[in-house]
Design a binder for this molecule. Sequence first.
Ligand code: GDP
Length: 221
Amino acid sequence: MHRLVLIDMSHRVNISEFSKKIETSIMKITSAEFIKSAVLPSQYPPATLPEVAFVGRSNVGKSSLINALVGRKNLAKTSNTPGRTQLINFFAVNETISFVDLPGYGFAKVARAMQRDWGKMIEAYLRERQNLALVVFILDIRRDPSEDDLSLRDWLESYRIPYLYVLTKADKLSNNQALNRRRIIEKSLRLPAVKGIILFSAKTQKGRNDLWRALQDSLHL
Ligand code: GDP
C-alpha cells in the first residue's frame, strides 16, 4: 500500500516537472516583421526559413490569431474589406520562422471570377512553396465547416501538406459548449483520432501556448 502511494507521488512529480519544462520552452518573440506581399510564386520571398501558413474563411479570426501568436496588435491587418485585392502576406518571426497570411475565402459577395483567382493563387502557393512546413487551418468554433473549408481540406490532403486545425473564438462559448462544438466539427471533418485540433481565443489567449508548442514541434525548434 505504502509502495503504491510512493509510486503514485513520484509519477505526479514527474508530470509536473515535465509540464513546467514544456511551459518554459515556448518561444519568446523578439521580432516580427512584415516582409512582402505577393500573388505569383515569382514574387514570393526566398524560401530560406521554415514556413507556417495560416488559412481560413474571411472573418474567421485569422489576423487576430496571428497577432495574438506574435504578441503584436496590428502585424496582420484585421477585418479586411471583402472584394479588396487579395494578396499573400509574408512575415518573419524572430528571423527564424516565416509566417504566411493567406487570403480568406468564402465571402458570398465576392464575384466568381475573383473566387477562381483565389483558388489559383492558393493552389499555386500550396503546390510550389518548398519551405512550407505546416498549414494552420482556422475554423470558427461556432460554425460548421463550409463547402470551401472541406475543399481546402481535400487539397491539403491531396498535396500531403501537414496541417492542424484551430477552432477560434472559443471565448464566445462556455467550456461545455466548446467541447460539444469541437465534437460536432470533428465529426463533420471526419477527423482521424490522431489529428491535432486546438481550441483558441485571441481575446483570452486560450490555446496560444498549445499552438506555439505545435508549431515548434512541426518546425523542430
Ligand atoms: P480575419 O478576417 O480572418 O483576419 O478575421 P479578424 O481577425 O479580422 O477577426 C474578425 C472579427 O472577429 C473581428 O471583429 C475580431 O475582433 C473578431 N475576433 C477574432 N478573433 C476573435 C476571438 O478569439 N474572440 C472573439 N470574441 N472575437 C474574435
